[in-house]
Design a protein. Structure first.
Length: 188
């Protein structure tokens, strides 16, 4: 299962890289207006004889126009990046949801199969209670399971690993261990 998740995550990473490269290339190829076209479009507002007489003013005006063009280019590039990033986020979120759905359905199938074979397990004792007993030492869990009714103890033990069940039964009262063993054998 880890291998499949690793492969899926690698494929998702490759998709993200391809989309990122595609976006980066599209931003780099965006058309940029030339500086001369920008000067021509603004110069009708300024008298030409004033520009001819004042070279410093003309240089300053050209620098301001160039800076305005650069800022416009940056703004357009940022808008394009934001749009591409938004699309990429939606794509990644969709992929993650799809993959979680796949993993959820594959993980749910064994649980559903177990529910059909032993319905008493799901109705009496949850997985959380079993995990609590699994985390305890056998010597600590045995006296508690000795005091539980047969159905509850059977449901808890049925969800545990065989090695742990053996350790708990060995630590239990012999008569109670025999009764639970018979109950487990009858249920399986």
């Amino acid at each position: 299962m880890r291998v499949i998740r690793g492969i899926v995550l690698m494929a998702l990473g490759i998709k993200v890289m391809v989309l990122g490269l595609w976006w980066w290339d599209s931003v780099a190829r965006a058309e940029h207006p030339t500086a001369e076209a920008a000067v021509e479009s603004v110069s009708p507002g300024v008298p030409t004889d004033l520009l001819a007489r004042s070279r410093g003013f003309r240089d300053l005006l050209d620098a301001v126009r160039q800076r305005g063009v650069e800022l416009d280019e940056r703004e357009q590039a940022l808008k394009a990046r934001a749009a591409a990033l938004g699309a990429l986020e939606k794509t990644v979120a969709g992929e993650v949801a799809r993959l979680e759905g796949l993993v959820g359905t594959k993980g749910a199938a064994p649980v559903e199969a177990a529910a059909t074979t032993t319905p008493a397990r799901d109705t009496t004792v949850g997985v959380g209670v079993t995990k609590i007993y699994e985390s305890m030492k056998a010597e600590e869990a045995a006296p508690i399971l000795d005091k539980l009714d047969d159905e509850t103890a059977k449901a808890i033990l049925a969800r545990m690993k065989e090695k742990q069940i053996g350790a708990i039964l060995a630590a239990m009262n012999r008569d109670r261990a025999v009764a639970l063993t018979k109950a487990l054998a009858a249920g399986s």
